[in-house]
Design a protein around this ligand. Sequence first.
Ligand code: ACO
Length: 151
Amino acid sequence: TSQLHSDYLIRPIEADDYEGVVATLSVLTKVGQLSKEKFSSTVEYLKKHSDIYNTVVIVNQAKDNMIVGVGSIFIEQKIIHECGKVGHIEDIAISGEEQGRKLGYHLIKHLTEIGSDQGCYKVILDCAEKNIKFYEKCGYTNEGFEMAARF
Ligand code: ACO
């Protein structure tokens, strides 16, 4: 359908995106105490393993390239499905004042295309019930329930 508005750009995360990424992810969950050094080394790790990990940010070019969105997909190598691959979308966040402008839609579309380009036979994610409509608008269907063990 529509194109991403020309003010916005989706690009790979960089090691010095600390402030913008931490602020944006805070709409999703508690990021916790995180040093700049730990952030940078983690981003370097993700980038070194770019066949598995892809984290992208959306920047608003009309607002000094402020980070307004973050999202990830990681590619799981499986044995089933003839040693197929599954993409897992994780940690999607659009900053409060930018929600409702189709940025989430374009972020999911972008990450889903990465999964498809990497040869995944499906891309999956878990979400809260209140986000089901949003993911349906992104072309996803509800296939189950999330289970968790926390430590
Ligand atoms: N309920 C119903 N419809 C919705 C909702 C909702 N909660 N959110 C968006 N939509 C609809 C929009 O109205 C729009 O519909 P339209 O095309 O008919 O106009 C369509 O979905 C696309 O919406 P966007 O504008 O792209 O949504 P947005 O940019 O606000 O992003 C998101 C949605 C990511 C859920 C954002 O609101 C957000 O960051 N929320 C807080 C954090 C969060 O819940 N993240 C997702 C966690 S799940 C995970 O990470 C795998």
